[in-house]
Write a protein that binds this ligand. Structure first.
Ligand code: MRU
Length: 372
């Protein structure tokens, strides 16, 4: 996607051929800043502190983290250590383990002298595959948006509600939930996006609103509790969110609050879709209730960060001193509330059978294939 008119990915290999550039997402929307990752610890820190975040981008950053580790030491022990360090950075998105397993599969059985080069090649492929997957999700989801647009009065926009940031910032490029949105907008379909602010870290207000704005997509930021009211008044035509992990039977884990949107959508007959790239599907885990839910520091819940009128970035406390807080990062939406999973291989029912039919090679192993 473009930043100030310039095509930009969220992660790239620097011109020195070894260090890795990323967008520092903690500085947005007030400042566009980039970071250079030079070591395994840099990559692990960037993921854990959410300078890079969003399931597919976490996977891509972990892949490059493995490259940075191998650059320093290509021994078996170093690979094991890098795997363990990166895997524990964030527990919920399965893309992290998926990417690390992909990396280990291409480096483990090689002579040490070849491992780093093979790792950099695979990491670049993982990034390119992510972009191709998201473009395919965009094509399949476009059809859903066009079908709704066809039933609208002339000039009326299709109103899409999204939660958190499953946009290009959460991926290498294009985004999962935003893939269909950008495809529709670029094709001239009139649409408008309701953007949940997504407390406590405000990925919707800070990131989704910023990237939609950069691309010129009409949008409105709403408080997290607004969606149900909008749906009751016919102001939402469809919901599209992303996912951090889809279970084998189609349960969807995503940013905290997604489940409540799914309940409201069901009650109001609003279709509820998930942009679901295949690396986010965990075929080894049947029931979404078993997905590990990240709990982050209470300070994220107790504070808000923003820009003051004179341009300073300040963090203020918004709860009484001493009140306990709980900060659950994700929740699970049961498959029965999901209208469809928009994957790179088409829009699938959120069922074990639907997923297994579309990705037969994944049921018994770890592979990925781009759409058809
Ligand atoms: O905690 P985050 O910001 O990493 O959570 C991101 C989300 O929940 C996204 O919806 C999900 O990772 C899908 S990104 C394409």
């Amino acid at each position: 996607m473009k930043v100030n008119g310039k095509p930009t990915r969220t992660i790239w290999l620097e011109s020195d051929g070894s260090t890795v550039g990323v967008i520092d997402q903690t500085a947005l929307p007030h400042r566009f800043a980039t970071l250079k990752l030079a070591t395994l610890d840099d990559a692990a820190r960037a993921i854990a502190t959410m300078q890079v975040r969003g399931a597919p981008l976490i996977g891509a950053a972990a892949a490059y983290g493995m490259c940075l580790a191998l650059r320093a030491d290509a021994s078996d022990e170093a690979i094991d250590r890098a795997y363990a360090v990166l895997l524990k950075t964030r527990p919920t998105a399965i893309n992290l383990k998926w990417a690390l397993d992909m990396m280990v599969a291409v480096i483990r059985n090689r002579p040490r002298s070849e491992r780093a080069a093979a790792a950099y090649k695979r990491a670049a492929e993982i990034c390119d595959e992510d972009v191709a997957i998201n473009q395919a999700i965009g094509r399949h989801g476009l059809k859903l948006i066009e079908d709704i647009a066809a039933k609208k009065k002339p000039g009326e926009p299709v109103n899409v509600l999204t939660h958190c940031n499953a946009g290009w910032l959460a991926t290498v490029d294009v985004g999962t939930a935003t893939g269909p949105i950008y495809a529709a907008h670029d094709k001239g379909v009139k649409l408008h996006v309701w953007v949940d602010e997504t407390r406590p870290r405000n990925q919707g207000a800070s990131l989704t609103a910023w990237e939609l704005g950069q691309h010129g997509v009409p949008h409105t930021v709403i408080a997290d509790n607004t969606g149900g009211h909008l749906m009751q008044h016919g102001m939402v035509d469809m919901v599209i969110t992303g996912t951090d992990r889809v279970s084998a039977q189609g349960d969807v884990c995503n940013k905290i609050g997604t489940y409540l949107k799914a309940l409201a959508a069901k009650d109001n007959n609003v279709p509820f879709y998930i942009g679901a790239p295949s690396p986010s599907i965990d075929f080894a885990l049947n029931d979404g209730a078993a997905i590990p839910i990240e709990q982050r520091g209470g300070e994220e819940q107790a504070t808000m960060t923003g820009r003051t009128a004179d341009g300073r970035i300040e963090t203020v406390t918004v709860i009484p001193e001493g009140s306990p807080v709980a900060n659950y990062g994700f929740d699970v939406t049961p498959a029965r509330l999901v209208t469809g999973l928009i994957t790179e291989r088409g829009v699938l029912p959120a069922t074990r059978d639907g997923l297994a039919r579309a990705f037969p090679e994944r049921v018994n192993g770890l592979r990925v294939g781009v759409g058809r």
